[in-house]
Design a protein around this ligand. Structure first.
Ligand SMILES: [Zn+2]
Length: 293
């Protein structure tokens, strides 16, 4: 069904028109996660040909009045710090494009697991788990053989060595420590996740951490306050929409491309039209859900 929607939006020229008219003077943030090297090569090449890829820091500079933004400006982001992200390195180097990868600071460099990827049973229950209070979620995960600090046989995240190797070409930023749903955390845990992840990444890798990507795109006013107090300069959501020079820097919008498997899917999703139609139909898969916080 989705495949058909992508084709209709591409081959009728609607996605193209949307990109050239509506999207043209906006800043579009795109979200990827765990792409294979082949998909990354195809997708990043396409974006490089049809958009002007800018760094997250270029966008922030322009907001501060330093430098100008090109038209069809796109900021490319990856969340979590998956193992496969290391394969992006030669592609990024070859294309010479800026990319930001948001890391879970207590998972990278270890054999700890991303809780939502721990096992098939967890994956089946993932939506129910996301809706629980944080302590309740962790207790339930214990019964499913998962705990946050436990190291497993297989590695799911980037290693310290890989981050060290990539850090001159890749902008690494924070995605919390363990990827909780922040609005479901108590005040102490929310603060710890936001503050400690910045400290850990700065002290372990000598990075300048200025941006926070809210895990699962979920945030509350409290989490934004804590991020500001911790010294972040911006917070990235997965709320559908574009950004401009007057956007709220702690509610920056972003489209999830979800590791597009074809140029047609990528073209339609990167234009933003797909998520905006879904949003109109009240089917956003991510984003701020105030009633639950
Ligand atoms: Zn994430």
């Amino acid at each position: 069904m989705n495949g058909l929607i992508y084709k209709v939006l591409r081959y009728t020229g609607i996605a193209w028109l949307w990109r050239e008219i509506v999207q043209r003077n906006k800043v579009t943030f795109l979200l990827f996660h765990d792409m294979s090297a082949d998909d990354a090569k195809r997708n990043l090449n396409y974006l490089n040909r049809h958009y002007h890829i800018i760094g997250l820091n270029d966008y922030l500079e322009a907001v501060r009045g330093v430098g100008k933004l090109p038209n069809k400006a796109v900021v490319i982001t990856f969340d979590d710090g998956h193992l496969s992200n290391y394969k992006l390195y030669p592609i990024i180097e070859q294309l010479g494009i800026p990319v930001t990868i948001f890391l879970c600071s207590s998972i990278v460099g270890t054999n700890r697991h991303f809780w939502f990827r721990h096992s098939e049973a967890v994956k089946r229950d993932v939506e129910a788990l996301k809706s629980m209070n944080n302590s309740e979620r962790l207790q339930k995960l214990q019964t499913m053989g998962f705990s946050q600090e436990q190291e497993f046989e297989d590695r799911q995240a980037l290693s310290c060595k890989e981050i060290e190797e990539m850090k001159s070409k890749v902008d690494f930023q924070s995605h919390s420590c363990y990827h909780p749903i922040l609005p479901k955390c108590d005040d102490v845990t929310s603060r710890e996740e936001i503050v400690v992840s910045k400290q850990q990444l700065e002290s372990s890798f000598g990075l300048d951490i200025y941006a926070l990507s809210y895990p699962n795109g979920d945030y509350s006013d409290r989490d934004i306050r804590v991020a500001k107090e911790a010294g972040y300069q911006c917070g990235i959501t997965v709320d559908s929409g574009y950004n401009n020079l007057h956007s709220d820097l702690f509610r920056l919008k972003r489209f999830s491309v979800n590791d597009a498997k074809s140029i047609t899917e990528l073209m339609v999703k990167a234009s933003g039209i797909y998520a905006l139609i879904k949003h109109r139909l009240h089917k956003p898969s991510y984003g701020y859900k105030p009633s639950k916080s």
